[in-house]
Design a protein around this ligand. Structure first.
Ligand code: SF4
Ligand code: MG
Length: 322
């Protein structure tokens, strides 16, 4: 399948200001040199502890917030070279689904208005056609069109997330950033929403960047998985490969915390010591060295290169398994 999104050396640094004159005294390196590609119909799961830069990566790609450096190409167009008007036209193609659907749904608008608003704004429906379109999209998301006149507070968490999905789906997107879309939901509801996203992908061939701190959620939906630590991708590979043959000690640690159904599979248990360092002041060399059980002298000084060790398995570690 063709590449739909290509992210190269993306950086997002937030300035830290201090004092009366609000002088910039440092930067939070939220996204620090991230590169990957996403293909048509593909889901890339992006995992890592909270605060590691997953959401900022998603938002910077969509240009909801501005990058500091790097390149984002969507269908061959540099997202950061588009004019305001060109970007507005591209918007429907690149959508986002949020973790907390409630806070992203206007409480004073009915479901019909919420889903219909963007359709009208982007000229994809008019006053006469919007109702039928909204009903169609709601039904695709498992919501009866009977709900069209109801308000967000009348729905359960899972149903609200279906409204959030319907709002994105209505615009015929090609690429959707799913930012922890099931993290706020009960486990039983999580799988329903994940299944809905999978079904819609099969129908419409969407590409997803699926952000989650939960590897077991990502495991189900992703084709490939990327692991982030302190703003950097430390490992990225096919899902099967990363679950069977993780190379980076941080990936191994995350995996060792996920229970495995097959007891004949052995996995070393890795307990990480210490807290995540501040992204305003990340450790020198390998950013993970302050918590890595395998660290060597070189790790404290030299940043490991992020490279392909074969089969499109990318790792940034001095112990890269070869
Ligand atoms: Fe651990 Fe060194 Fe690899 Fe970093 S480079 S993950 S400190 S072994
Ligand atoms: Mg987040």
């Amino acid at each position: 399948n063709e590449v739909i999104l290509s992210v190269k050396n993306l950086k997002k640094y937030f300035p830290i200001r201090s004092g009366v004159f609000q002088k910039v005294v440092g930067h939070v390196k939220a996204v620090d040199d991230v590169s990957f590609e996403l293909r048509k119909g593909e889901t890339l799961g992006l995992v890592g502890e909270s605060g590691c830069g997953k959401s900022t990566t998603g938002r910077t790609i969509l240009r909801l917030i501005e990058k500091t450096e790097g390149e984002v190409m969507f269908e061959g167009k540099d997202v950061y070279k588009l004019s305001r008007e060109e970007l507005r036209k591209l918007r429907p193609n690149m959508q986002i689904i949020f973790q907390d659907p409630y806070s992203s749904l206007n409480p004073r608008m009915t479901v019909g208005e919420i889903v219909g608003e963007a359709l009208i704004e982007h000229g994809m429906a008019n006053k006469n056609t919007v109702k039928a379109k909204v009903e169609e999209v709601l039904e695709m998301c498992g919501l009866s069109s009977y709900y069209i006149k109801r308000y967000p507070h009348e729905f359960s968490g899972g149903q609200r997330q279906r409204i959030g999905i319907a709002r994105a789906l209505a615009l015929n997107p090609k690429f959707i950033v799913c930012d922890e879309p099931v993290s706020a939901l009960d486990v039983s509801i999580q799988s329903q929403i994940v299944n809905l996203l999978c079904e819609l992908q099969q129908k419409f061939n969407f590409s997803y960047l699926f952000i989650s701190h939960d590897l077991s959620v990502v495991k189900h939906i992703s084709h490939r998985v990327g692991v982030m630590y302190l703003g950097s991708l430390v490992e990225l590979a096919d899902k099967k490969e990363i679950f069977k043959n993780p190379i980076h000690p941080y990936t191994k640690a995350l995996l060792s915390a996920v229970p495995i159904p097959d007891p004949t599979l052995k996995r070393e248990r890795i307990i990480l010591e210490g807290d995540i360092p501040s992204p305003a002041n990340p450790p020198k060399g390998c950013k993970f060295h302050t918590r890595c059980p395998y660290k060597m002298d070189i790790c404290k000084e030299v940043t490991p290169e992020y490279k392909d060790i074969g089969n499109n398995h990318f790792v940034a570690c001095h112990l890269d398994g070869r």
